[in-house]
Design a protein around this ligand. Structure first.
Ligand code: DX5
Ligand code: ZN
Length: 217
């Protein structure tokens, strides 16, 4: 069985006590800290941006997995690197010159990842997969935490697992949206490596225990 990584999303953290939530994640079995950046244009919500990530990064002892739900991500690549991002995810739907964008992310010294919205087919990654460190599949429509899981995602994970096994076996498959013990277990069976979880972790009584259990699904 391959290693499963957990990436709690701080979108569901308590923003008035963000420091203590980061501390909790530092002391948990979380592997990454997932940071959701929303611009109110690419998605119908606005979350937080570079200054918040800079502060989170000063406190965090885990790598920051930054998910950009923004138009024109190229404009901010270096700024996110300076702010402390380790993985930088851009949306396929937001990048006209995706190959160039991926090259820039890697040149800036970060791991490069592409996210697909629920309606975007996996086969569109055929000619870029060899250049990626991770693919993020949205299992809800991006913009909000706490939405319910879209069942078709399992089929997409299986298709992506095939493509990755053929062309770039070290590329990670991350899933974002509606992850809990049940959906998490089925996603891992289908071939996912990284589970993002927001409301399920931060809405639970003992978030660190929830992270530990999610890892064992
Ligand atoms: C949604 C974000 C997610 C969100 C997941 O657009 O990309 O990372 O925090 O939240 P849950 O786990 O509550 O579905
Ligand atoms: Zn996300």
């Amino acid at each position: 069985m391959s290693q499963i990584y957990i990436a709690p999303s701080i979108l569901s953290a308590d923003f008035t006590n963000l420091g203590s939530d980061i501390e909790m994640l530092n002391n948990s079995e979380a592997d990454f800290i997932h940071c959701d950046v929303m611009d109110g244009v690419f998605v119908p919500n606005i979350s937080f941006g570079i200054p918040v990530i800079e502060h989170v990064s000063k406190m965090a002892s885990k790598p920051l997995d930054v998910h950009l739900m923004i138009v024109n991500p190229d404009q901010y690549i270096e700024s996110f690197q300076k702010a402390g991002a380790s993985y930088l995810t851009v949306h396929y739907e937001a990048c006209t010159h995706l190959h160039r964008t991926i090259g820039r992310i890697k040149n800036a010294g970060m791991k490069a990842s592409v996210c697909l919205n629920p309606h975007t087919p996996v086969h569109l990654l055929e000619d870029i997969i060899q250049d990626l460190d991770m693919v993020l599949l949205m299992s809800v429509n991006p913009g909000f935490g706490g939405q319910s899981f879209i069942e078709n995602t399992y089929e997409k994970v299986r298709k992506l697992r095939q493509l990755i096994d053929q062309k770039n076996p070290s590329c990670l498959i991350e899933i974002d949206g509606g992850v809990n013990y049940q959906t998490g277990a089925k996603l891992v069976d289908a071939g996912a490596n990284v589970l993002v979880a927001g409301s399920f972790v931060f809405g639970s009584e003992k978030p660190a225990d929830t992270i530990q259990k999610l890892k064992l699904v």
